[in-house]
Design a protein. Structure first.
Length: 276
C-alpha cells in the first residue's frame, strides 16, 4: 500500500483529470446514444470522450494503467485506475441530474483513492484510504454523527436482464420488504450517486447490484472512509470480481443483507412447493 504522501499525489492527479472531464460532461449534457452495447445499454459520445481523456491524463501523470467501462484495458488489482466516465448514462442522456464521473485507484486489490463527481448535483466527494470523506473540499463528519430524518435506502435500478444475479423480481421483492420494515427505497439510476449519498448520511444504506468494479470501487472506499459497513452483495468482503455491494450504517446494512438473502429465494420454486 502506498504511503500517505503518495496517496495524496494520486488523489490530486485524479481530481485534476476529473476537472477536465467535467467540462466535457457539462458541454455534452443530453447527448444521444452513440454506441449500443446491449438491450437498453448504451454509451454517448461524451462517455467515450471522457474516458479517453481520463485514460490519457491519469496514465501520463501517475504511470498507472486505466481500466474503463467503455474502452477496457487491463484490470491489474496490484495497481490500476478504474473509471466509469458517466455512471448513469441513461440519466445523463435524458438530462436527469443523477449521474456522475467515477474514478478509483486500486492498490493491492482494494480501492485506495476515489473521486465521485456529480456536476449537476454540485457534488464532488473525495477520499483516500485511512482518511475522511470530503464534500467539495470540506471534511464530512463520520456516519452516526448526524442522522437523516427519514431512513432511505438507495437501490440504483429495478431493471435487469440477468436472471441469475439479482434479477428484477428479486429487486422488486427487496424494495417491498424494505418498505414494510420502515426503510424507504429510492431509485436514482446511478450506483455512484447512491453510494455517495450514504457517505454523506443522506441514505442510511445503498445496495449496488452491479458486478462491475468501475461501478462499485469508488463508492466502496467512500463508505469505508465514512465509517459505514461495507460488503459485497452476498455479505462477504468486497473485492474486484465480487457481484454487487452493500454500504450503510450497521443496522441498515444488516437489514438490507437479511432481506436480500430472503428475496433471493427462487419465487417460481417457492410457488411450486406451495402448490404441492
Amino acid at each position: 500500500m502506498a504511503d500517505e504522501r503518495a496517496l495524496s499525489g494520486y488523489a490530486q492527479a485524479a481530481q485534476a483529470a476529473v476537472d477536465e472531464a467535467r467540462e466535457i460532461f457539462l458541454a455534452e449534457l443530453g447527448a444521444a446514444p452513440a454506441l449500443f452495447k446491449g438491450p437498453g445499454d448504451f454509451a454517448t459520445a461524451a462517455d467515450l470522450a471522457i474516458e479517453k481523456l481520463l485514460r490519457t491524463r491519469l496514465e501520463a501523470e501517475t504511470g498507472v494503467t486505466v481500466y474503463g467501462e467503455e474502452q477496457g484495458g487491463h484490470l491489474d488489482p496490484r495497481a490500476c485506475w478504474v473509471v466509469d466516465p458517466i455512471d448513469g448514462t441513461s440519466n445523463y442522456s435524458s438530462g436527469n441530474p443523477n449521474c456522475a464521473i467515477l474514478v478509483a485507484l486500486l492498490l493491492d486489490g482494494q480501492p485506495a483513492a476515489a473521486v465521485v463527481d456529480a456536476p449537476l448535483l454540485g457534488m464532488r466527494l473525495t477520499a483516500v484510504e485511512g482518511g475522511p470523506v470530503a464534500l467539495n473540499g470540506e471534511t464530512l463528519p463520520p456516519l452516526g454523527a448526524t442522522s437523516a430524518a427519514a431512513p432511505q435506502v438507495g437501490m440504483g435500478s429495478f431493471a435487469s436482464l440477468d436472471r441469475r444475479r439479482f434479477p428484477s423480481i428479486v429487486r422488486l421483492a427487496l424494495a417491498g420488504a424494505l418498505a414494510e420494515e420502515g426503510l424507504r427505497p429510492r431509485i436514482s439510476g446511478s450506483v455512484g450517486v447512491d453510494l455517495a449519498f450514504v457517505a454523506q448520511g443522506i441514505y442510511r444504506a445503498a445496495v449496488s447490484f452491479s458486478p462491475h468494479v468501475w461501478d462499485n470501487a469508488a463508492g466502496v472506499l467512500l463508505g469505508r472512509c465514512a465509517g459505514a459497513t461495507v460488503t459485497a452483495g452476498d455479505g462477504s468482503a468486497w473485492a474486484p470480481g465480487k457481484v454487487g455491494a452493500i454500504v450503510g450504517t450497521p443496522d441498515a446494512h444488516g437489514a438490507v443483507l437479511r432481506i436480500l438473502r430472503g428475496a433471493e429465494k427462487d419465487p417460481e420454486k417457492d410457488a411450486e412447493e406451495e402448490r404441492r
